[in-house]
Design a protein around this ligand. Sequence first.
Ligand SMILES: Cc1cc2nc3c(=O)[nH]c(=O)nc-3n(C[C@H](O)[C@H](O)[C@H](O)COP(=O)(O)OP(=O)(O)OC[C@H]3O[C@@H](n4cnc5c(N)ncnc54)[C@H](O)[C@@H]3O)c2cc1C
Length: 384
Amino acid sequence: MELPATADIVIIGGGVMGASAAYHLALRGMKNIILLEKEDFFGTGATGRCAGGVRYQFSTDINIKLSLESLPMIERFKDEVGQDVNYRQCGYLLVATSEKDASAFKRNIELQNSLGVQTKLLSGDDVRACLPLMHFADAIAGTFHQKDGLVDPNSVVMGYINAATRMGAKTFNGVEVTGIRVSGDGIEAVETTQGLIKTRTVLNAAGPWSSLIGQMAGVHLPVVPIRRQMFTTTPLKEIPSDFPFVIDFAHSLYFHREGQGLLIGMSNQNEEPGYDQSIDEEFELVNLEAAIARMPLVEKAGRVSHWAGLYEVTPDAHPIYGATRLDGFCVCTGFSGHGFMHGPVSGKLMSEFILDGRFTTIDVSMLDLARFEEGRLIKEYNVV
Ligand SMILES: Cc1cc2nc3c(=O)[nH]c(=O)nc-3n(C[C@H](O)[C@H](O)[C@H](O)COP(=O)(O)OP(=O)(O)OC[C@H]3O[C@@H](n4cnc5c(N)ncnc54)[C@H](O)[C@@H]3O)c2cc1C
């Protein structure tokens, strides 16, 4: 298909944010939507490299509210969007090994419960009883919520892309945005590797690359790419089918069932910002040793696959939604390691912002770009 010369909106990025926004705009009847993805396949950026975890367990009111809208959208996905996304509600079990984290967990649970999320507080003994295959002698407390779990990222992206396309949106892969032409206070056109598209409206949904797109438009976005990596193991028959998504919070070390084996990841707290997506072999060994210390049976497993991807991180670990100082240039980015699960509602929110000028499903107006200059930061504690 040839690239159209004009568009009512150009969405940059074919990850979960761009795909969900295209779907929700098309659902509202918007015509002449163009989505551009630079890679040969949709959803191969952060979305395709993510752990697929979805949870209600956050520490801020707004993140919990985003989950309260987004996760039911994932539950309804097959009926509404027409694609099975394999939502497995295995629960997230977060483990605290310090008094500081244990107190924070208690505060978080109170907030979650007050908003209707039925997370349970566990004692150290409860944690040990729930996880007999793991060594958690130092566990002080834990939190568990059964409806947290796992979802297939590729199915969510392709579900949205296919449904948006059926409704008339034009989605292109293998087309890279190389520039944004600005005239006066607004956007004039988007330059791509396959030609120019005239448009007055652009949605920057380029995830870890969104600050580069911002630069093209002369808009500074405080979003930095930070590498994260994980690996999967050969089958481990000891892992029960209801094994939860376990997070050793102090070490940002996590385990969840993947096929018959495990997916294991750990965040390197010393990782410098950058676009490198190759595996850091040295850190993989650190991760492996930490994993074996927590779960000795990992030692007898083989590695099936490993990969790295980029978090798109903001200074307060919350996303940025909405307007910039450039007319028509809006953003949906900066999800800081937990954006896959908020993709469904975020696309819907951006469709409201673009078509109605305000967010109606949830008021996310406090998550605007201006908050960084105005010092209105809202810190999330549950970052993995
Ligand atoms: C290792 C890892 C584990 C994670 N685990 C989880 C998890 O368990 N749960 C969770 O909710 N979140 C998780 N996340 C975070 C989540 O993946 C992201 O927050 C989310 O996928 C961001 O979606 P996006 O659409 O904004 O970005 P992306 O999926 O990166 O999409 C942006 C797209 O823009 C494209 N693009 C960039 N520049 C251009 C250009 N110039 N022209 C055209 N296209 C361009 C890119 O190729 C990319 O496909 C994880 C992330 C990583 C890296």
